[in-house]
Write a protein that binds this ligand. Structure first.
Ligand code: ATP
Ligand code: MG
Length: 569
C-alpha cells in the first residue's frame, strides 16, 4: 500500500545538467536512480521495482529453457584468473582488485567464466552428467575507463550470466540456439526493439558470437544493417571488402618521385597539397601486436579496424605504435610512413590496396611523401585481408544492396567459447567410450540495468517516460485532483482498494499539491494508465482514463470496468 505522499520519489523539475543521454535524464528526473560516484548508482523504490520486473522476466525465461540458477561468489582468487591468462590481460584494464590482510589478491568478478568452469570441472565426471546450462543474476565490477550515460555504462552493474557445458560442438550448437532464442523472447517481452548482430568475441575468446543491440541515439556501439536482406553485424565485425584478385600491372608504371610536404601529415591535407583524391593515397599504419611491429596498409579514404587485424593476427594485445617505435621501424617520424623501403617488418594490406597503381605514400622521411608508388615494384606485401571498417558507401556484403550504420546499445551477448576455458581449467569428462575430453562451452550475458535505459531511450516523449505493461513500476496511477475534497477522496480510496484487491499494481497520488504538478509528474513517471478523479466526477460521476502512450482519453462511469481494461492493456 504505497501512497505518493509517503513515497520516496524525488522527482526533478529541472533537466539535470550532468546527464547527456535522454534515458539518464529521465531516470534522474523521475526519481528512479541517484548517482553515488562516477559509475555507481542507487536505485530508489521506483527504479528498483522496474529492475525487479526485468529480473523476473529474465528468470522466468531462463528457467523455462531448462537453465538452472546458481549464485557464485563475486570475490575470486587471482590464481584462477592467472591460469586462463586473463589476469595478465585485464589487470591493467578492467579488473577491480583488493589485497587482504595476508597480502592475498582478490578480484571482484567482472564476469565468471573462470569460476563456473572451475566449479563444473570439480563436479562433472561423465558425459551422462551433461549437458548443463547454469546461470546467475549478480553484481559485476569493472574498472570502466569511461563510465557514462547513467546506468548504460557503470563500474558496478547487474548481469545475468549463463554458461553451457556440452560433450561436443553439436551439443553447443543446440545450447547456443536455445539461449539465442531465449534472449529474443526476453527482449521481446521487455518491449525492446532490438537486432541480433554477428559480433567479434573480443576478450571472451571463442569463435562465434552475437550481440543483441537496441538502436538508440546514445548507443556507444555502431551496427551495420541491411534493410534488403536482413544482414546485421557490429561495425567491428561487418565484412568490408573481399579480394578483387586484381594484380598490379607490370608495365607503364610511372617512376617513383619524392615530393616535399612540409608539416603535412593527414590524408586530407596531403591530398589537397598534391592535388589528388584520398582514394589515390595509401595510409601506412604501424601497429604493435603481442609486442611485434606490423605495418598495415589501407586506401586513404578508409579506416583500419584494429579488431579485425587482431583477429587475423590472433593477437591478444594490439595497439597503435607510438612515435618512438615508428621512428625506430621506419626511420621517419609519425605521419610520414610508407611501405617503400621498409625492412625487417611484416607488411599486410587491406583489400582496398589491391589493384591500385601509382599511388601516394609517406617517404619514411620528415616532410616528404612519394608519388607513383607501386606494389611489387617498390615493395612486397605478405598478404591481403579485410582490415578496414565498412562505410555507408559500401554495398551489403551479403546481397550487395544499400546498408545503414546505426548507433545502438548492447543489451546482451552470446558466445561460443569451445574449449578456451575448459581446456586450461581441465573441465574434462569421460565420453561413452571412456575417453577423457574437455567440455565444449558457451557463455551468455545480459545487462539488466542497461535494459531499463535502452527501453527509455526508445520509449519516451518530451514530457517523460512511457512504460509498457511489462516494465512499468505500477500499472495504473490514480490521480484525484483535489484530495482534500471528501467525495473525491472517498471515490479514490475506494477504487484504490478495489484494484489492489484484484491484484493490480495501482499507485495513488494522495498528495495535496496542485493538479498541474500532479499531471506533470504523472507524465514524467510514465505509468501506462492514469485515472483522473476530478471535476468530471463531481459534475457527472465520470472518471477520466488516459493512456500514457497514445494520449487517448476515455470517460468511465463504472470503475469496475477498469480491471478488464488493465488486463487487456
Ligand atoms: P561493452 O562492449 O558495452 O563494454 P561488453 O561486451 O564488455 O560490454 P559483456 O562482457 O558482453 O560486455 O557483458 C554482457 C552484458 O553486460 C553486455 O551485453 C551489457 O549489456 C552488460 N554490460 C557490460 N558492461 C557493462 C557496464 N559497464 N555497465 C552496464 N552494463 C554492462
Ligand atoms: Mg559484449
Amino acid at each position: 500500500m504505497l501512497r505518493w505522499s509517503k513515497a520516496f520519489i524525488p522527482t526533478l523539475k529541472e533537466e539535470p545538467k550532468e546527464a547527456e543521454a535522454i534515458s539518464h535524464k529521465l531516470m534522474l528526473r523521475a526519481g528512479l536512480i541517484r548517482k553515488l560516484t562516477s559509475g555507481t548508482y542507487s536505485y530508489l523504490p521506483l527504479g528498483w521495482r522496474v529492475l525487479n520486473k526485468v529480473i523476473n522476466i529474465v528468470r522466468e525465461e531462463m528457467n523455462a529453457s531448462g537453465a538452472q540458477e546458481v549464485l557464485l561468489p563475486a570475490m575470486h582468487p587471482k590464481e584462477l584468473w592467472e591460469k586462463t591468462g586473463r589476469y595478465e590481460l585485464l589487470n591493467k584494464d578492467i579488473l577491480v582488485t583488493y589485497t587482504d590482510r595476508n597480502g592475498k589478491e582478490t578480484i571482484f568478478g567482472p564476469t565468471h567464466e573462470e569460476i563456473i568452469t572451475h566449479l563444473v570441472a570439480g563436479e562433472v565426471r561423465s558425459y551422462k552428467q551433461l549437458p548443463q546450462t547454469l546461470y546467475q543474476i549478480q553484481t559485476k565490477f569493472r574498472d570502466e575507463p569511461r563510465p557514462r550515460f547513467g546506468v548504460i555504462r557503470t563500474a558496478e552493474f547487474i548481469m545475468k550470466d549463463a554458461y553451457s557445458f556440452d560433450i561436443d560442438w553439436e551439443g553447443l550448437e543446440q545450447s547456443y540456439k536455445i539461449m539465442y532464442d531465449v534472449y529474443c523472447r526476453i527482449f521481446e517481452r521487455c518491449g525492446l526493439n532490438f537486432i541480433a548482430v554477428e559480433a567479434d568475441p573480443g576478450m571472451m575468446g571463442g569463435n562465434v558470437s552475437h550481440e543483441f543491440m537496441v538502436p538508440a541515439e546514445s548507443g556507444e556501439d555502431e551496427i551495420v544493417v541491411c534493410k534488403s536482406c536482413g544482414y546485421a553485424a557490429s561495425l567491428d565485425k561487418a565484412e568490408a571488402g573481399k579480394t578483387s584478385g586484381l594484380q598490379p600491372p607490370a608495365s607503364n608504371l610511372k617512376p617513383i618521385k619524392e615530393v616535399e610536404t612540409p608539416g603535412i601529415t593527414t590524408v586530407e591535407k596531403v591530398s589537397k597539397l598534391l592535388k589528388v583524391t584520398p582514394r589515390e593515397l595509401v595510409k601506412t599504419i604501424i601497429i604493435v601486436a603481442d609486442g611485434k611491429e606490423v605495418a598495415l596498409l589501407v586506401r586513404g579514404d578508409y579506416e583500419l579496424n584494429l579488431v579485425k587485424i587482431a583477429r587475423f593476427l590472433k593477437a591478444e594485445s594490439l595497439m597503435l605504435a607510438d612515435e618512438g617505435v615508428i621512428e625506430k621501424v621506419t626511420g621517419g617520424p609519425l605521419g610520414f610512413s610508407g611501405p617503400a623501403g621498409l625492412k625487417g617488418i611484416r607488411i599486410l594490406a587491406d583489400y582496398s590496396v589491391q589493384g591500385m597503381v601509382d599511388f601516394v605514400t609517406g617517404a619514411n622521411k620528415k616532410d616528404r611523401h612519394l608519388l607513383n608508388v607501386n606494389l611489387e615494384r617498390d615493395f612486397k606485401v605478405e598478404g591481403f585481408g579485410d582490415f578496414r571498417y565498412i562505410t555507408p558507401q559500401d554495398a551489403c556484403p551479403r546481397c550487395g544492396k544499400v546498408i545503414a550504420i546505426k548507433t545502438a546499445i548492447e543489451v546482451g551477448h552470446v558466445f561460443k567459447l569451445g574449449t578456451k576455458y575448459s581446456g586450461v581449467l581441465k573441465a574434462n569428462f569421460l565420453d561413452a567410450a571412456g575417453k577423457e575430453k574437455p567440455m565444449i562451452m558457451g557463455c551468455y550475458g545480459i545487462g539488466i540495468n542497461r535494459i531499463i535505459a535502452a527501453f527509455i531511450e526508445q520509449n519516451h516523449d518530451k514530457e517523460g517516460i512511457i512504460w509498457n505493461k511489462a516494465l512499468c513500476p505500477f500499472e495504473i496511477l490514480l490521480l484525484p485532483t483535489n484530495f482534500a475534497e471528501p467525495s473525491i477522496k472517498e471515490a479514490a480510496e475506494k477504487i484504490y482498494k478495489q484494484l489492489l484487491g484484484e491484484g493490480i499494481s495501482a499507485f495513488l497520488d494522495d498528495r495535496e499539491v496542485s493538479p498541474g504538478i500532479k499531471f506533470k509528474d504523472a507524465d514524467l513517471l510514465g505509468i501506462p494508465l492514469r485515472l483522473v478523479i476530478g471535476k468530471k466526477f463531481l459534475d457527472k460521476g465520470l472518471f477520466e482514463l488516459k493512456i500514457r502512450r497514445t494520449g487517448e482519453v476515455k470517460d468511465l462511469r463504472d470503475p469496475e470496468a477498469l480491471k478488464k481494461i488493465i488486463l487487456s492493456a
